[in-house]
Structure formats: C-alpha cells, structure tokens
Design a protein around this ligand. Structure first.
Ligand SMILES: [Zn+2]
Length: 193
C-alpha cells in the first residue's frame, strides 16, 4: 500500500458544485461524464500509475482500474463526492477494491484498517525475503486481510522483484524505481534493509 497525497483537480470541484445533493450515494452517477478523466488524473498525478493497494502498475482503462470509494458508499454515503475518499484501484477480483467491498465492512470496521490518505503507511509494513507483506501493527495486519495483499500472485511478483534487485545493488535507487515502476514500498524496503 502506498501513501497518497490528495490535491483535487479544478474540473472535479466545478462539477461537484453543480451536484444538488453531494452527500447522497446516488450523486456518484451525476458526475459520470467526468469519471474517466478523474480516474486518469488520480492515477497519474497522485498514484504514479499504480494501484494504491497492491502497488501493481495499472492503466486508466476502465477494464483495468476503477475509482474506489475507500469508505464505501453503503456505509458512508456522505463521502460519495469527498475527494480524499477516492482512490484508484486495480480491477483484480481477488484483491484490492473488489476484495475489500466483498468483505462488507461495517462503519466501525473502517477504523480498524489503514487509510492510505491519512494514516502512516510507510512505517506500517515490512516484507519477508519470500515477498510476503507483513503488518507491523494490528491495523496493518487487518488491512492485509481486507485487501488480500498476500494473494499468491502478488507474493510471487514481489519475490521475483526481490531476486532481480539483488543484481542492482550498485545502481542508483532512483534508477531501480524507474526500472520497475511498481511495488515501490517493497523496493524501498529492500534497498534500505
Ligand atoms: Zn490492486
């Protein structure tokens, strides 16, 4: 999971002002004409083209990624058009936004998972040499479970990156990030440990 700094493009603010009841969950359909642009903006400007949750590289095509309401519209309808609640996730059915939504978290449960916008993400996770993500605290452990962040395909992908990084030891860190353009937290962790 990566830390996200939200900003918010003007076209979203302008559109939101025109919505009569922005705190109702059906207000989401009222901004349908800007959602493609919004997904593209969030992905490129705030997420370096990665899924916030699994850190895989994703494109902004609608079959590859979606705008996820971190706190779901069911439990938090008042946050439907709250910009800080909008995260771009990959569309994999077995981890990330789909997995979280299938978890059916209650309003209270959201206090038990890490929020990539306002919690300390950087110090919450570590990795095993086999590519497994480990939670450094209770919230991080539950976050891994809710988002399925140790799905076998993710663990395999991370394990392969760790193997490849060993050959890059003398290379500048920036160039290592550039070479993969994904799994930033893992790479940072591997370089510093
Ligand atoms: Zn993902």
């Amino acid at each position: 999971m990566i830390q996200v700094t939200k900003s918010g493009p003007d076209f979203f603010k302008v559109k939101k002002k025109k919505v009569k009841y922005p705190k109702q969950s059906d207000s989401w359909s009222e901004i349908s004409d800007i959602r493609t642009d919004l997904r593209e903006y969030i992905l490129q400007t705030e997420q370096e083209s990665m899924c916030v949750y699994c850190e895989k590289k994703i494109s902004s095509d609608s079959y590859k990624s979606n705008i996820d309401h971190f706190k779901t519209r069911n439990t938090h309808p008042e946050l439907t058009l709250e910009y800080n609640n909008l995260i771009v996730s990959c569309n994999n059915r077995e981890h990330c936004s789909s997995k979280k939504d299938n978890f059916n978290l209650s309003k209270e449960d959201f206090k038990k998972i890490l929020n990539p916008v306002c919690d300390d993400i950087e110090n919450s996770f570590s990795f095993t040499a086999f590519g497994e993500l480990e939670g450094n605290n209770k919230k991080a452990k539950f976050t891994i479970e809710v988002f399925g962040l140790n799905h076998i395909t993710l663990v395999e992908e991370r394990k392969n990156i760790l193997l490849q990084i060993q050959d890059f030891k003398e290379v500048d860190n920036y160039l290592i990030f550039e070479a993969f353009k994904c799994h930033q937290t893992l790479i940072k962790y591997a370089i510093n440990s």
